[in-house]
Design a binder for this molecule. Structure first.
Ligand code: NAD
Length: 283
């Protein structure tokens, strides 16, 4: 039997429906949620992601201001811009599109964002709270995955969850979110030996490696839930980390690239923005 494909677009549409009501209530209080996006350089994928985020905010009736900076922009100018946006009460959320040009200190830039406006959930304060299991702005991809699994009724507690990828922005927060939900978590990376021995033991397998079609059928347990986060641009087409055609017949639930985690990640970014605007309005 083939897996049920988790429809990220359909679940994202439900999220947008719920956000619409919350945005109406904010507007009744005179608050229009506003996001500032800083995009540095000319990376084609970055431009694509920025336009998805802009469109989502505008479709929901929120405001979005994007600052396009050339890749040679000095880091100090970016830090000054972030300081200005931090101090502007009309800006509720902010993000800096990754990756940054090589001359910039990514951590210094990200950690200069006001943690209460950090809608990507990657400021060290938010990551630290996540580590402690405290309420925090959660990074969008882990929040998206948890939301999808809760929505379709997949149990997380006690399930052996294997995360491939240990990046600060994706793999680690995913692992922490699942640990906070009392899953048993294994984190794999390029130095992991015998990767398939671990993945074959996963009840929930989350792949965020950025390595196209890394996961084949013989690496997956019968009935596993398989979540594909990877997005590799191959000749202008996005390719996931899971060999979908091979793995789908073995899994119970699976996401597709595209139409899975991607649309839900944008929906969770919008949710983080509305959360921030509500918090600011309540202050
Ligand atoms: P990254 O390059 O910073 O990290 C990749 C991680 O995967 C590293 O920890 C590395 O050790 C591990 N890895 C790579 N190849 C591996 C292999 N063959 N075996 C085991 N481990 C391996 O990338 P990232 O920023 O964490 O993003 C990961 C992927 O997720 C990328 O394809 C990115 O485009 C995608 N992504 C998707 C969304 C979405 O909304 N769907 C959001 C963010 C990132």
């Amino acid at each position: 039997m083939s897996a049920v494909v988790i429809d990220g677009k359909a679940i994202a549409a439900e999220v947008y429906e719920e956000l619409t009501g919350r945005i109406v209530k904010l507007k009744q209080k005179g608050v229009v949620p506003r996001v500032a996006i800083i995009e540095i350089g000319e990376d084609e994928m970055s431009k694509r992601y920025v336009s998805l985020k802009e469109n989502a905010a505008i479709r929901l009736g929120m405001e979005c201001v994007t600052y396009h900076l050339v890749s040679s922009t000095p880091e100090k100018r970016v830090l000054d811009l972030i300081a200005r946006l931090n101090a502007d009460p009309s800006v509720h959320g902010m993000l800096v599109q990754m990756p940054l040009p090589e001359h910039m200190d990514t951590k210094a830039v990200l950690d200069s964002i006001d943690p209460e406006k950090d809608i990507d959930g990657i400021h060290f304060c938010n990551q630290g709270k996540l580590l402690n299991g405290e309420p925090a702005i959660i990074a969008c991809t882990p929040r998206a995955i948890i939301h999808m699994l809760d929505r379709i009724g997949v149990d997380i507690e006690s399930r052996h969850t294997v995360v491939i990828g240990k990046s600060i922005l994706v793999g680690r927060p995913i692992a922490m979110c699942f640990l906070n939900r009392s899953a048993t978590v294994s984190v794999c990376h390029t130095k992991t030996q015998n990767l398939a021995d671990l993945t074959r033991n996963a009840d929930i397998l989350i792949v965020a490696a950025g390595s196209a079609k890394l996961i084949k059928a013989d690496m997956v347990k019968e009935g596993a839930v398989v979540i594909d986060v990877g997005q590799t641009n191959i000749d202008g087409k996005l390719c996931g980390d899971v060999d979908f055609d091979e793995v789908a017949p073995k899994a119970s639930y699976i996401t597709k690239v595209t139409g899975g985690v991607g649309p839900m990640t944008v929906a969770m970014l919008m949710t983080n923005l509305v959360d921030c605007a509500e918090n600011a309005a309540g202050r």
